[in-house]
Design a protein around this ligand. Structure first.
Ligand code: AMP
Length: 438
């Protein structure tokens, strides 16, 4: 299976080889021919599956087939966050190297004037967040009458973020005859309703079963008291010599607090969330990618669309309130053929969230207690399970599942293991210690 066998032109195939892609990913194998055929597409795909190239490559090919006659745009890609919009635009740039396609990205939080200037020059592909696009429209800086293709990327997230009204407004202004592509990690009823009104007899593309988590990602739960979470995280980072770890907190405030504590503990960390300026976020991400910052602490919204390649582990410092966010979070690891580890530090008061996640992903996550961090209050072993006498009898207290040989003993007792040991000790000896407790 090659990119050219999917019907892509030589110019686009060359752009993929420049990126070092050898074979199309499963979503690309399905989506590329469907988009090329001109049909509407509804795709269930998480970040990390190669979905961006899945819609961008065929979209570019369709646009390249006939030249632009007006100022455009001819393809509109809507994305929920500025980070995601910027990344999609980066992909458009990369893949359009050898085709005469012009593109631009617009999002809020930065000055509108330079964006207006770019639009005035004429373009084929516009990547936008919904709010800023409407602002630009209201100021007559963009027209939609030449739109041939619409892409809603991470549609579930756009709805979660309250963009449904903006999206509906935008849809109402687009030419009726157009190709529609809808990409979403999850398919809630709300998404299905949106899809029904938007898509005409769509080709359905699905790479992983609905609402299941990426197979490549190993998932674990470490029960721990809330007050011990920071110390445990420091310990994990040091003992496993993690060089690049993305940590999720529920709140912006929590992200700042954790970052400060880690820094105090001698672990380089940066926070990325909605209260930070675009410049601060871009800087934090760049430092993280460059390996100058070991821990990037993010809130769910800020993390959406972050494209960080081959992230070996993701830590949930707190579980998200919305179970779907868990699926999004762990989609950050195990990307593009790599295996990953998503681990959650879960305190007793998060039993409800854990139950919600396990219900969504339809499996119970193995719990492993870490020596020295055993919680005072136990997590429910099998949340909401019906009483089962046979299981109850065999049910051990959580202390029975200690990861006895977890790492060298207390944090700091092993000064020789610090930075520079990239990859060293990742998942070291862990599988045997991760025993299911129920
Ligand atoms: P996405 O799901 O679009 O965010 O893509 C995830 C990552 O996979 C990006 O860093 C892409 O550069 C990379 N990628 C996309 N397609 C391929 C491919 N066919 N082979 C290898 N890597 C890919």
């Amino acid at each position: 299976m090659s990119f050219s066998s999917l019907g892509l032109s030589e110019q686009l195939v060359r752009a993929t080889s420049d990126q070092g892609y050898e074979t199309p990913s499963p979503i690309q194998q399905q989506a590329i021919p469907a988009v090329l055929s001109g049909k509407d597409v509804m795709a269930a795909a998480q970040t990390g599956t190669g979905k961006t190239a899945g819609f961008t490559l065929p979209l570019l090919q369709r646009l390249a087939a006939k030249p632009r006659t007006g100022k455009g745009p001819r393809a509109l890609i809507l994305a929920p966050t500025r980070e995601l919009a910027a990344q999609v635009h980066d992909s458009v740039n990369l893949y359009s190297r050898y085709v005469p396609t012009k593109s631009a990205v617009v999002f809020g939080g930065v000055k509108i004037n330079p964006q207006m200037m770019k639009l005035r020059k004429g373009l084929d592909v516009l990547v936008a967040t919904p709010g800023r696009l409407l602002d630009l429209y209201q100021q007559n800086a963009v027209r939609f009458d030449e739109i041939e293709i619409l892409v809603l990327d991470e549609a579930d997230r756009m709805l979660d973020m309250g963009f449904i009204r903006d999206i509906r407004k935008i849809l109402a202004m687009l030419p009726a005859k157009r190709q529609n592509l809808l990409f979403s990690a999850t398919f809630s009823n709300e998404i299905r309703t949106l899809a029904q009104g938007l898509l005409d007899n769509p080709v359905q593309v699905e790479v992983a079963a609905r609402n299941t988590t990426a197979e490549k990602v190993k998932q674990s739960v470490y029960p721990v008291d809330q007050s011990q979470k920071t110390a445990l995280l420091s310990r994990l980072v040091r003992d496993n010599a993690w060089e690049q770890v993305l940590v999720f907190t529920r709140t912006k405030h929590g992200a700042n607090r954790l970052t400060q504590k880690l820094e105090k503990d001698g672990i380089t960390a940066a926070a990325i969330h909605g209260n930070k300026s675009q410049g601060a976020r871009t800087r934090a991400l760049a430092n993280f990618k460059a390996g100058e910052v070991r821990v990037l602490v993010a809130t769910d919204i800020a993390a959406r669309g972050l494209d960080i390649k081959q992230l070996p582990q993701v830590v949930n410092f707190e579980l998200p309130n919305v179970p779907e966010d868990y699926v999004h979070r762990i989609g950050r690891t195990g990307r593009a053929g790599e295996s990953g580890h998503a681990l959650s530090l879960v305190s007793a008061d998060e039993g409800k969230q854990l139950a919600g996640i396990e219900k969504l992903i339809k499996k119970q996550l193995p719990r492993t207690e870490i020596e020295g961090f055993e919680p005072k209050n136990n997590l429910p072993l099998k949340p909401k399970a019906k009483a089962d006498p046979s299981k109850a009898r065999g049910r051990k207290p959580q202390g029975a599942n200690k990861a006895k040989s977890f790492g060298p003993k207390p944090a700091g007792s092993n000064p020789g293991r610090g930075r520079g040991g990239a990859g060293q000790g990742q998942g070291r000896g862990r599988p045997s210690q991760q025993r299911r407790s129920a």
